[in-house]
Design a protein around this ligand. Structure first.
Ligand SMILES: [Zn+2]
Length: 406
């Protein structure tokens, strides 16, 4: 079970009911359609408790009945599935050349995915916040227009995020000390829902755990590819945050002290040679002739086209970038022994040319045989994984058994 917040242990009957509600919702999410009797038999909750909780969840339209099934031993039973149609949760992400918003409902349905071109790495942080708020308002307008109540909104940032939702440093964006959560709350005013900020990598691994090829894994890493390179780590089913929330800065591991300068001010960081701007600069030396790149998608398309035409310099460059990615992955494998490391963003786009070299490097540099069983794969989620994870995270209070306000 994923716990992204440290839920207090139940201390009174109200807390017990909240915990039991979470157990029922989780059971239905994983096993729907299922009957009240199934829930009681599997969870160990008594039938009266299950019945009472299900009635409450039906009233709040977090569950719905799907009719009877006759294919069972004994009496036909009324089957239950997740509903959530009166609600929506939003996630946003700040990409290299776009902002993305995703909305989902508690039933797991994706309601919308919108992208807006925006050059965050060259924009003023205040302009980026304004653009995020505009996009969020449009998405809020759409889902509330459908009669839904917004439960929460989470924004993913490619950089450090502290426990108050401020961004002390996002070197890929050129940000320092941006009070992002506070700015968003002030701009959105009285929302009636929670507004939180997290790293894009943490949110992406939540999306992987729920919707990706390794859904359900308890030891899983998502490595983001974009203006920065970060690792979202699930260890033993829990998001690994560290003491102040700054775990997972894979991109700033120094792999080569004599390597190229990194936007963070150091040299030889993994991000200095494998983040999207570094990859474009290395493989397309002409890309910055007319000034900084603000639209990366066409550049990435050019790299893919060159790789498909087997241009030797591009293939050699991609193999070297793959080896560096594999080196970084081996550090994760040695420290964490995850079941899988999945790579997103431009690493997923370029996976056919990066991963063969990366996998060989991972195995060669990991002490345990066969990299400790760690798979290295491209994410099967689209490049909106952090926004999808943000929307998923915004459902956390419901999934923890707390009923929506109102
Ligand atoms: Zn660095």
């Amino acid at each position: 079970m994923i716990s992204i917040h440290n839920e207090p242990q139940p201390t009174d009957l109200g807390d017990v009911r909240v915990a039991n509600r979470a157990v029922v919702l989780r059971h239905v999410r994983l096993h729907a359609p299922c009957s009240r009797a199934d829930i009681a038999a599997t969870t160990g909750l008594n039938k009266a408790t299950v019945s009472s909780l299900v009635t409450e969840l039906l009233d709040r339209r977090l569950l719905r009945e799907t009719g009877l099934t006759g294919n069972r031993v004994g009496r036909p039973a009324t089957m239950l599935v997740l509903d959530g149609s009166p609600y929506a949760a939003l996630g946003l992400q700040i990409g290299a050349d776009d902002l993305v918003v995703v909305a989902v409902d508690p039933g797991g349905n994706r309601l919308l995915t919108w992208r807006r071109a925006f050059p965050a790495p060259t924009a003023d942080p205040a302009d980026t916040v304004r653009a995020l708020v505009t996009l969020a308002r449009r998405a809020i307008g759409r889902v509330t227009g459908q009669g839904r109540t917004v439960l929460g909104l989470t924004v993913g940032v490619p950089g450090l995020v502290d426990t108050a939702g401020a961004v002390p440093l996002a070197s890929g964006l050129g940000w320092r000390d941006v009070p992002l959560a506070a700015d968003l709350r002030a701009a959105l005013r009285e929302t009636g829902f929670t507004v939180t900020v997290d790293t894009d990598a943490n949110l992406a691994v939540l999306a992987e755990q729920r919707h990706g090829a390794y859904a359900g894994a308890t030891d899983l890493v998502h490595v983001t590819g974009g203006v920065s390179v970060g690792a979202g780590v699930l260890a033993g089913g829990r998001l690994l945050r560290g003491g102040r929330g700054h775990a997972g800065e894979l991109g700033h591991l120094c792999l080569d002290p004599a390597g190229p300068p990194c936007p963070c001010g150091r040299r030889g960081c993994l991000a200095a040679s494998t983040a999207l701007p570094a990859v474009v600069a290395r493989l397309l030396p002409d890309a910055t002739h007319d000034g900084p790149v603000t639209d990366y998608l066409p550049e990435l398309d050019r790299i893919v086209a060159s790789a498909r035409q087997e241009e030797p310099a591009v293939l050699a460059g991609l193999a070297e970038i793959g080896r560096q990615l594999g080196h970084g992955a081996s550090i994760l494998a040695n420290l964490l022994n995850p079941e899988a490391i999945v790579v997103g963003g431009h690493f997923a786009t370029l996976a056919p040319w990066l991963l063969p070299a990366a996998r060989a490097e991972l195995v060669a540099r990991t002490l345990a045989p066969q990299a400790g069983g760690c798979r290295l794969d491209a994410s099967t989620l689209d490049s909106a994984a952090p926004a999808l994870g943000g929307a998923t995270a915004a459902l956390a209070t419901i999934e923890a058994g707390r009923l929506p306000v109102g």
